[in-house]
Design a protein around this ligand. Structure first.
Ligand SMILES: [Zn+2]
Length: 212
């Protein structure tokens, strides 16, 4: 039998004694009455950008979906498996979250791979390249508007364009169009800078991010 990693079992025991037991009543209530989070966060898989940590959240407060580069594919039906769409549908139609936040971040490996497509093909294998091709038109916009710019500025620009692309794709979901028009849900973009800990929010009118 493969041994369960000790690193994890030690951490789990720490969680149980320091966190779970002091909040046992809250967990019991969550188990009995179910979850009712007001907010869904879409974040990157990157281990440095954990939404629950960044928003000081307790269990039951945030409905979180993480994927490579926090991307939302456009609405589509068909015979394949739509994991992202299923999570959005559940959060919006069943849990009725009031806010949906796409949170991007600095130093995103997926975005770097998207910017340099050749490198992505060589190193990232068959799935990342196809997944990141969702950012192709954002990539072309950034290349056109950042001619001669430093690579790190282009990466930041594409990380931010990626958030806007995901918001645009969210609005291709008919139920989100309807709920947003009725003012029943707020769609938001945010950007976390890992080195400084600064979280910024997107002003969709100006297209700029402002520090929170
Ligand atoms: Zn990332």
């Amino acid at each position: 039998m493969t041994q369960f990693p000790e690193l994890l079992s030690d951490r789990y025991r720490r969680f149980k004694y320091r966190h779970f037991i002091p909040h046992a009543e809250q967990y019991e209530e969550l188990a009995a009455y179910g979850q009712a989070p007001d907010v869904m966060i879409v974040s990157c898989c990157d281990s440095r950008v954990d939404p629950e940590t960044i928003f000081s959240a307790m269990p039951g407060e945030l409905f979180v979906m993480r994927n490579v580069a926090n991307l939302i594919p456009p609405f589509e039906t068909g015979g394949t498996y739509h994991g992202v769409s299923a999570a959005i549908e559940f959060a919006v139609l069943n849990l009725r979250v009031k806010h949906l936040v796409i949170m991007g971040h600095s130093g995103c490996g997926g975005v770097k791979a998207a910017l340099d497509r050749e490198a992505a093909r060589e190193t990232e294998g068959q799935f990342i390249t196809k997944w990141m091709s969702m950012l192709e038109s954002a990539r072309l916009r950034v290349l056109a508007s950042h001619q001669g710019a430093a690579r790190k500025d282009m990466i930041t620009a594409l990380e931010r364009e990626g958030i806007k692309t995901s918001l645009k794709n969210l609005r291709t979901f008919p139920f989100l169009q309807e709920l947003e028009a009725k003012g029943r849900i707020g769609l938001h973009g945010a950007y976390f800078d890992i080195a400084t800990g600064q979280l910024s929010a997107l002003n969709e009118t100006t297209g700029e991010f402002y520090a929170l």
